[in-house]
Design a binder for this molecule. Structure first.
Ligand code: F0G
Length: 377
């Protein structure tokens, strides 16, 4: 299968790294595109829905796509240390790729608002974890300053190599479907990923985009996208934010962002401008969903399709279903939703949702049979 050796091996000609570079890779990318069966069957509007299951990347989120490219470049530049601010997944990915490359890794995380699985990853992979008594946006400002003053490479998505890696997900989708989908739905936090997808779809279709221009400006002569176009169109990009952390929807910064989807608990996205370009150029839109809607979608995906993603990822399904219901999505469309992170990242939220459903009984046949009877009737 193409991409089995990691995405630099698969897509190197479209990435800003020199020929013959030794990739820092954990065989990321080439994630499954799974067509949903049961959820679309229950809708009044006929649509085809696929999910790009990014939770199957090596550290359990899409961040690995950007990290392999950013860390490979950092090593090429002679860097000895990485730094990032993170709501959890970036820190887990930076810790892993940093360990692989033998670099020191420093991660700033918001105190008390990071999912347990992500914290476990950063710790076991040897990162220096700094909890700040503040939120992600404050951490982001700190690391941007630190990266200018100390010998550390910033690996948040303001590092242009990150988005270059992340755009490869769009390439994989075009390859899998034979062309671009009609709509692409994504959670939006720091807003890098929606910008990266739009870049990828634009390059695949050989069509201009402000996001590609931004990347060219940031990367200068290193920018590269060889091999021509292999898609005829581009999707409308639909970006969803949590109601308590929806700066792009509101058109203003949110000072105290809050949501159960801690991954996207962000009030001042770094790639705000590019995300707006992606929305406008594609004819897409942004919307916000409540925590209840996010959790309902997470449960629905798990119960009806057997797919477990973290809360932030489920917002893409929650938003899509709401927009289908509202008649905003054309019948007969082919849609892709990115499930950005694995459900196991955040076991607390999943278990909290299931609490009432765990039955405790005596270790006796009749007691267990009663439970089975109650379920099967
Ligand atoms: N989904 C998950 C699971 C994430 O971890 C993130 C971002 C997003 C969606 C949003 O993507 O920021 O590109 O718009 N997580 C970052 C982190 C902020 O630190 O792990 P975005």
């Amino acid at each position: 299968m193409k991409g089995r050796d990691g995405l630099i091996a698969a897509w190197g000609g479209r990435l800003p790294l020199g020929d013959g570079v030794e990739p820092v890779s954990l065989c990321e990318g080439a994630t499954p595109l799974i067509q949903l069966r049961n959820i679309p069957a229950g809708l009044k509007t006929p649509v085809e829905i696929h999910v790009k299951y990014e939770g199957l990347n090596p550290t359990g989120s899409f961040k690995d796509r950007g990290m392999t490219v950013a860390v490979t470049q950092a090593v090429g530049e002679g860097s000895r240390a990485l730094i990032c601010a993170s709501t959890g997944n970036t820190s887990a990915s930076a810790a892993a790729y940093g360990a692989r490359a033998g670099l020191a890794v420093f991660v700033l995380i918001p105190d008390g608002n990071i999912a347990l699985g992500k914290l476990a990853q950063a710790i076991i992979e040897g990162a220096v974890v700094v909890q700040i008594k503040g939120n992600f946006d404050q951490g982001m400002e700190l690391v941007k300053t630190l990266a200018r003053q100390a010998p550390v490479t910033l690996v948040n998505s303001v590092n242009p190599y990150r988005l270059q890696g992340q755009k490869t997900a769009a390439f994989e989708i075009v390859e899998a479907l034979g062309d671009a989908p009609d709509y692409h739905c994504l959670p939006v936090g720091n807003a890098g990923n929606i910008s990266a997808y739009w870049m990828g779809y634009s390059e695949a279709a050989g069509q201009p985009s402000g996001c590609v221009e931004k990347a060219k400006q940031a990367l200068g002569g290193a920018y590269r996208c060889d091999g021509g176009s292999f898609a005829t169109g581009r999707p409308r990009m639909l970006g969803y934010q949590a109601a308590g952390a929806a700066p792009i929807v509101l058109g203003r910064k949110v000072e105290k962002p809050d949501t159960v989807a801690t991954a996207i608990r962000i009030g001042n996205p770094q790639s705000w401008e590019m995300a707006l370009m992606a929305g406008e150029e594609s004819g897409g839109w942004f919307d916000r969903l409540t925590d209840e809607e996010i959790l309902a979608a997470q449960r629905m995906l798990a119960e009806r399709e057997g797919i477990f993603c973290e809360p932030a990822s489920a917002i893409s399904i929650a938003g899509l279903l709401k927009d289908i219901e509202a008649g905003k999505v054309k019948p007969g469309s082919r849609i892709v939703c990115t499930l950005t992170g694995h459900g196991l990242k955040d076991p607390d939220v999943a278990i909290r949702q299931a609490q009432g459903e765990i039955k405790t009984v005596e270790p006796e046949l009749e007691a267990v049979k009663a439970v089975i009877g109650a379920r099967l009737g």
